[in-house]
Ligand binder design. Structure first.
Ligand SMILES: *Cc1c(COP(=O)(O)O)cnc(C)c1O
Length: 378
């Protein structure tokens, strides 16, 4: 054969998750912790690996020790906890188990792209309930969609990635009262927002809460996330999940990080300080509109955002996330709250870019063309 058969038709509507591997000196694009694991934890991890981790053996499928630690910290039983290969794997597991052909997921864009991607990939119908212009969940529209569409899964990123918006607890409680659909509260940024739906789990077996080790816990590179949910939800998910998805190394590292989680508190406080500095710095720039955020990233709007993104990368080696082609996020960029030095460098770069845009506008040349002229003169 000199041909390749087409894959499933659903894939035609899907663009790959845009995790661009662009090299930059300062990466503020993926909401990671700017610091690696603290040295003391790296030492403990090295010791464990040297003496106590048989890499020749398959890992514990359910990550029992980690699961017990997480359960205890949240006042739950181990049977209420599922550990996954990043929160992303658990999102897919939920959609595999509660979605699929003939089933519906309510998505509230603009939001985290994986919900819609996983739904389309599994043949789950996506019912979109767009957020308001301020990026808040549209309560009345959501309740209407629940009543009219009878969805199977409803996902709320809380705080919402990439806008930083929290959804009022009262609205989520109304939602839980109104439906028996699985309601996933994605609390990937819980350590920053410090707000959780956890107290409502006992009354609402349809509430599931997603958390991750990738953000506050500095472990994005090892892939670990967890779900807090009713025991029925957890046991259904074990039917669809990949049994060995969380490897031994990750299990050990996540256990050590979770046991010593107080050491990440300083990083969270540092992020809060730097977030304030970022918001303050950006709001000084007349051409920038900053959206309030409860997480470790900030969304902002600026004219010709795609050109600003390019200038940040090419002229300053700073990578932020470009959302300017995402519906509802036209001219928006998202910047992760980095270290103090990274924030300084980003704000200085933005000052320069904005100043140059001013100068170009003054001469009636757009910033990109201007840069092009400078380049060709080099
Ligand atoms: C980062 C993130 C996740 C999970 O990320 P993992 O690295 O897969 O654990 C889930 N939801 C949202 C909204 C996120 O931003």
């Amino acid at each position: 054969m000199d041909r390749l058969r087409q894959p499933r038709p659903e894939l035609g509507d899907i663009s790959p998750y845009d995790a661009k591997d662009v090299r930059a000196e300062v990466n503020l694009s993926a909401n990671e912790n700017p610091h690696n694991l603290p040295g003391e934890l790296l030492e403990k991890l090295a010791d464990r690996v040297r003496f106590d981790v048989p890499f020749n053996r398959y890992p514990d499928p359910m990550a029992t020790r980690l699961r017990e630690l997480i359960a205890e910290a949240n006042g739950l039983d181990a049977a209420n906890v599922l550990v996954g290969n990043g929160g992303d794997e658990i999102i897919l597991d939920i959609i595999l188990a509660w979605g699929g052909p003939g089933r519906k997921l309510v998505d509230m864009p603009p939001t985290f792209a994986m919900y819609g991607i996983d739904a389309r990939m599994t043949g789950t119908r996506v019912v979109e309930v767009p957020r308001t212009p301020e990026f808040e969940v549209d309560g009345p529209a959501l309740m209407r969609a629940v009543a009219e569409q009878d969805p199977d899964i409803i996902v709320v990123s809380n705080p919402n990635n990439p806008t930083g918006t929290m959804t009022p607890e009262t609205l989520l409680i109304d939602l839980l009262e109104a439906t028996d659909a699985l309601v996933l509260a994605d609390e990937a940024y819980f350590e920053f927002s410090r707000q959780t739906m956890r107290p409502h789990m006992s009354r609402h077996p349809n509430l599931a809460i997603l958390r991750t080790f990738s953000k506050a816990f500095s472990l994005a590179g090892l892939r670990a996330g967890y779900l807090l949910a009713d025991t029925t939800v957890v046991s259904e998910l074990t039917k669809v999940r990949q049994p060995y998805s969380v490897n031994r190394f990750t299990q050990v590292a996540a256990e050590l990080a979770f046991r010593d989680r107080v050491v990440f508190e300083a990083g969270v406080r540092e992020a809060m300080r730097n977030r304030d500095r970022l918001v303050h710095g950006l709001s000084q720039m007349a051409e920038v509109a900053v959206f309030p955020s409860e997480a470790n990233y900030i969304l902002f709007r600026i004219d010709q955002a795609a050109a600003v993104w390019r200038d940040l990368l090419h002229d300053h080696s700073i990578l932020v996330r470009d959302f300017s082609r995402t519906p509802g996020l036209e001219d928006c960029l998202r910047v992760t709250v980095g270290s103090e030095e990274e924030v300084d460098r980003f704000l200085k770069a933005m000052d320069e870019i904005v100043a140059r845009k001013h100068a170009s506008a003054h001469f009636g040349i757009n910033a990109t063309a201007n840069r092009h002229l400078e380049r060709s003169g080099e």
